[in-house]
Design a protein around this ligand. Structure first.
Ligand SMILES: C=C(O[C@@H]1C=C(C(=O)O)C=C[C@H]1O)C(=O)O
Length: 287
């Protein structure tokens, strides 16, 4: 008897290209793709058994989900693709209206934490459109994530020539400020921020062949980062150097500092949450 297929969901943002571009999906694994909120829902409803999902949904559903112990989309400091666009200074957003992308769960929760910790009360509303369109429509702030956020950051601050150091990438131009939420989290806590984990339903752990294939493809992607960056830079219409900097900056292994950041975020966002489990019940891990 052939075993039932194992369905997985994959968020297709460029930030996971180094993990997924070289993935050879093993037989018996079915893949669907989508934005974070779609993959969150697919995992929570059981349509898929494992997905890279918004870290905040892993925290909120820690009773039914476990996370792979060695996969994440984390960053220490600026991330470049989780951005609040605004014209007035952060402190002056008090009483204002902030437009939220419908693609995100974690970054919305992160924004709420950061606003609360800085004493800024604002009205948060779902609204679709580019950052500049929504600012022109009268929103005081616009949250964007993923490839759109990266491109729109570059549209605002670019062009960035060879003379600009990657340590000093701009975040302001023509009266628009692009506040990088991961950078703000770093300033607040000193920790990395984990945006996504690979979560699976505790009742349906992933087959070993899939985990091995993901580790092999991550090694290939990181090892060929120049090629990955060139390919995606062309697709995004961004300089290769900027995309390579963007990609190497991610922390893909859920290491101890990433777990500290995740635990701190969990306590801020959902005090009293169920314990977070990493790989409990998974068969032996091969490095
Ligand atoms: C870093 C990012 O992280 C993503 C942000 C998510 C969210 O806000 O819910 C979910 C998955 C992550 O891959 C990004 O969107 O650029």
């Amino acid at each position: 008897m052939t075993p039932a297929p194992y369905p997985i969901g994959l968020i297709h943002y460029t930030n996971v290209a180094p993990i997924l571009d070289y993935l050879q999906v093993p037989g018996g694994v079915d893949v669907i793709r989508g934005v974070p909120t779609q993959m969150n829902e697919a995992l929570l409803t059981g349509r898929v058994s494992m997905a890279n999902i918004s870290a905040v949904e892993f925290i909120r559903n820690a009773d039914v989900l476990s996370a792979l112990p060695d996969f994440s989309v984390s960053v220490l400091g600026a991330v470049y693709s989780v951005n609040l666009f605004h014209r007035r200074p952060w402190g002056d957003l008090r009483g204002g209206r902030i437009a939220l992308t419908a693609q995100s769960a974690t970054s919305v929760a992160l924004l709420e934490v950061l606003l609360r910790e800085t004493g800024v009360q604002a009205t948060l509303e779902r609204a679709e459109g580019s950052a500049l369109e929504l600012l022109d429509q009268g929103y005081d702030g616009v949250l964007r994530i993923g490839d759109d956020a990266l491109r729109e950051w570059y549209d605002v601050v670019g062009p960035i020539g060879e003379e600009v150091s990657m340590l000093d990438l701009p975040h302001q131009k023509h009266g628009v400020t692009v506040t990088d939420l991961a950078h703000r989290w770093f300033v607040l806590t000193g920790h990395p921020f984990a945006f996504a984990v690979w979560a699976y339903r505790k009742d349906a752990p992933p087959p070993h062949a899939l985990l091995q294939a993901m580790r092999v493809s991550r090694r290939a992607g990181i090892g060929q980062l120049a090629e990955v960056s060139e390919r995606h830079a062309r697709r995004l219409g961004l300089p290769e150097r900027v995309v390579q900097h963007y990609l190497w900056n991610f922390r893909y292994h859920l290491e101890a500092p990433d777990r500290l950041g995740l635990a701190e975020f969990a306590d801020k966002v959902l005090p009293g949450h169920a314990p977070l489990e990493f790989g409990t019940g998974l068969h032996a891990l091969t490095p």
